[in-house]
Ligand binder design. Structure first.
Ligand code: C2E
Ligand code: CA
Ligand code: CA
Ligand code: CA
Length: 279
C-alpha cells in the first residue's frame, strides 16, 4: 500500500508539473503577445429590435498565436487577469476599438456605438478614467459612440467605488452597459443607485426561451424593471428565430447573437455589414 501511495504521489506530482509548465509557457507567450501584436479585435453586431438596423458593434478580443492559431478569450483572459497583464492588454483593446470605430465613422459606415468589455480588475484600477480619456482623445471617436460593458459582479464587488467610477466615466460622455445581467445576485432595486444606460441579459437566460418558463419570467421581469429605470435592454446569445420573436414581442430593445451574425474580423464586418446599400 505504501508503494502504491508513493506512485500515486509521483504521478500526481508529474501531472502538476506538466500543468505548471504549460501554464508558465502560456503566461510567457501571453506576455510577449502584446509586443508581437498577436491580439486582434473581432466585432459582433447588435441590432435594434425595432428595425433590424445595426446600433452597436461589440469588440471581442482574439489571440492569433503563430503556432497555436486563433484562440478565444475564454482561454487567456483569466490568465491575463491573474497576472495583471489585463491592464496593458485592456488598454490596447480600448485604443484599438476606438481607432477602428473612428475609421469606420470616417468612411461613412453607420454602426451606432462600439462596445468594449472591461475586465473586473481593469474596472477597479485607478487609471481607468485616464485610459478611456486617452483612447478617445487619440482616436477622435466621439465619447457618445463608446459603450463600456462591465459585468454585474464587478460592479457589485465594491459598490461605493463602482458608483464613483461609473459617475466619472459618465462625465467623460461614454455610456455604460451591465454585462451578464442576472448572474450577479444584485437586487434589481440596487440598480437605481448606479448611472447606467444598458442592461445585457445574460445568455444563460436567453438560451431556452420561449420554452423554459422560469427563464421567460426572468427575462420579462428584467425588461420591465429596466424600462422603468429608463435603461436599454440587450439580449445576448440569440441563436434562433423563436428566441428573436419572443424577445421582440417582450419589448427587448437590442438583439445580439449568432442568429444575426457571429463575431468577425473588421474586413469581414465591412463586406458583410457595410457593403454598398447598407450604409
Ligand atoms: P461576453 O462579453 O459575455 O461576450 C459574449 C460571448 O458570447 C462572446 O464569446 C461571443 O462570441 C459569444 N456569442 C455571441 N453570440 C453568441 C450566440 O448566439 N451563441 C453563443 N453560444 N455564443 C455567442 P467570446 O468572444 O469567446 O468571449 C467570451 C468572453 O470573454 C466575453 O463574454 C468576455 O467576458 C470576455 N472577453 C471577450 N473579449 C474581451 C475583451 O476585449 N476584454 C475583456 N476584458 N474581456 C473580453
Ligand atoms: Ca460583453
Ligand atoms: Ca455578456
Ligand atoms: Ca457572458
Amino acid at each position: 500500500a505504501k508503494e502504491r501511495g508513493k506512485n500515486a504521489f509521483q504521478l500526481f506530482n508529474k501531472e502538476m508539473s506538466v500543468r505548471a509548465l504549460e501554464q508558465m509557457l502560456l503566461e510567457n507567450s501571453l506576455r510577449h503577445a502584446l509586443e508581437r501584436q498577436e491580439f486582434e479585435l473581432f466585432y459582433q453586431p447588435q441590432l435594434s429590435a425595432a428595425d433590424n438596423r445595426i446600433c452597436g458593434m461589440e469588440a471581442l478580443v482574439r489571440w492569433r498565436h503563430p503556432t497555436r492559431g486563433l484562440t478565444a478569450p475564454g482561454l487567456f483572459i483569466s490568465l491575463a487577469e491573474q497576472t495583471g497583464l489585463i491592464v496593458p492588454m485592456g488598454d490596447w483593446i480600448l485604443r484599438e476599438a476606438c481607432r477602428q470605430g473612428k475609421a469606420w465613422l470616417d468612411r461613412g459606415y453607420r454602426f451606432g456605438r462600439i462596445a468594449v468589455n472591461l475586465s473586473p480588475c481593469q474596472f477597479l484600477s485607478d487609471d481607468l478614467p485616464a485610459a478611456i480619456d486617452a483612447a478617445l482623445a487619440q482616436s477622435g471617436l466621439p465619447p457618445s459612440m463608446l459603450e463600456l460593458e462591465i459585468t454585474e459582479s464587478a460592479i457589485m464587488q465594491n459598490q461605493q467605488a463602482a458608483t464613483a467610477l461609473l459617475k466619472r466615466m459618465r462625465e467623460l460622455g461614454v455610456t455604460i452597459s451591465v454585462d451578464d445581467f442576472g448572474t450577479g445576485y444584485s437586487s434589481l432595486a440596487s440598480l437605481k443607485q448606479y448611472p447606467l444606460d444598458t442592461l445585457k441579459i445574460d445568455r444563460s437566460f436567453v438560451k431556452d426561451i420561449p420554452y423554459d418558463a422560469d427563464n421567460v419570467a426572468i427575462t420579462e421581469a428584467i425588461i420591465a424593471i429596466a424600462h422603468k429605470l429608463r435603461l436599454r435592454v440587450v439580449a445576448e446569445g440569440v441563436e434562433s428565430e423563436e428566441q428573436n420573436a419572443f424577445l421582440r414581442s417582450a419589448g427587448c430593445d437590442v438583439i445580439q447573437g449568432y442568429l444575426h451574425g457571429r463575431p468577425l474580423p473588421p474586413a469581414e464586418i465591412e463586406s458583410r455589414w457595410f457593403a454598398e446599400g447598407e450604409k
